[in-house]
Design a protein around this ligand. Structure first.
Ligand SMILES: CC(=O)[C@@H](O)[C@H](O)COP(=O)(O)O
Ligand SMILES: NCC(=O)COP(=O)(O)O
Length: 239
């Protein structure tokens, strides 16, 4: 089974916003990234609009013909966006206000009732749901009871440990992936995945359906070119 590459384009919007104009053009970039073979586009419209703006969410809807994945904390603004835009997938992320980046997964036990209600609302919109979580068996079991379609493993800890001890870095993910599959949860993964650590992750998580990659991929594209970079990441995902 192939793993889909969803390119997170937050960083392209970050560069654009630095000058307040429309360079680089986010919509054109999304079109190109898809034409180079990416099977999805991911965005994370943060409340402070530091990168993806509300307008971007609608503009991208018109051109994303692959899987459109919108990540975010499910507040009223996020839910209203989902209702109008109807992406392929909504990924629920527990970011507190002002966080630099997403650096933790949900505590699905503590927020169980809230997540269950939100999940029902999003599924009623006809949108696939995914939840950003840590590699923790209790959190996975609770995610299954919440009723999400997929989990997204927060891979920051894997990436941080990869260069020191990759076997140790991957072990909890492999174990948790087995449990997720038993519970019929689809498996996505993301955060700090890169050309260096992606292949090993893929090789050790057989049921991996999708990775969303932004920071490293867009940085690599500065040196290697966007087309080449998308293809290099895709090559690491073949079975
Ligand atoms: C939810 C998640 O996995 C993050 O990786 C996130 O989308 C990155 O956000 P920033 O681009 O704002 O760091
Ligand atoms: N869900 C993870 C994501 O979209 C991208 O994370 P990163 O590659 O920017 O760290």
């Amino acid at each position: 089974m192939g793993t889909k590459l969803s390119v997170n384009i937050n960083k392209i919007a970050t560069i654009r916003n630095a000058r307040g104009g429309n360079t680089p053009n986010l919509v054109e970039a999304a079109k190109q990234i898809q034409s180079f073979g990416a099977e999805g586009i991911t965005i994370h419209p943060r409340p402070d609009e530091r990168h993806i703006t509300k307008k971007d969410v609608y503009d991208l809807k018109k051109v994303v013909y692959t899987e459109y994945n919108i990540e975010g904390y499910p507040n009223d603004r996020f839910m209203a966006l989902l209702k109008e835009v109807k992406p392929t997938q909504a990924t629920l992320v527990p970011d507190p206000p002002g966080v630099l980046t997403s650096n933790a997964g949900w505590d699905t036990l503590e927020h169980f009732e809230f997540l269950k209600k939100i999940n029902q609302e999003i599924k009623a919109m006809g949108i696939r749901t995914s939840i950003f979580i840590e590699t923790n068996e209790e959190m996975i079991a609770a995610s299954a009871e919440i009723g999400v379609d997929r989990i997204e493993f927060y891979t920051g800890p894997y990436a941080a440990q990869f260069s020191n001890d990759k076997a140790k870095a991957i072990a909890p993910f492999t174990k948790c992936a087995e449990l997720a599959e038993k519970l019929n949860l689809g498996i996505n993964a993301g955060h700090d995945l890169s050309l260096e650590n992606l292949k090993f992750f893929k090789q050790n998580i057989p049921g991996l359906l999708e990775v969303s990659i932004g920071h490293a991929l867009i940085s690599d594209a500065l040196y290697l070119g966007l087309e080449n970079t998308v293809k290099m990441y895709k090559d690491l995902l073949v079975d």
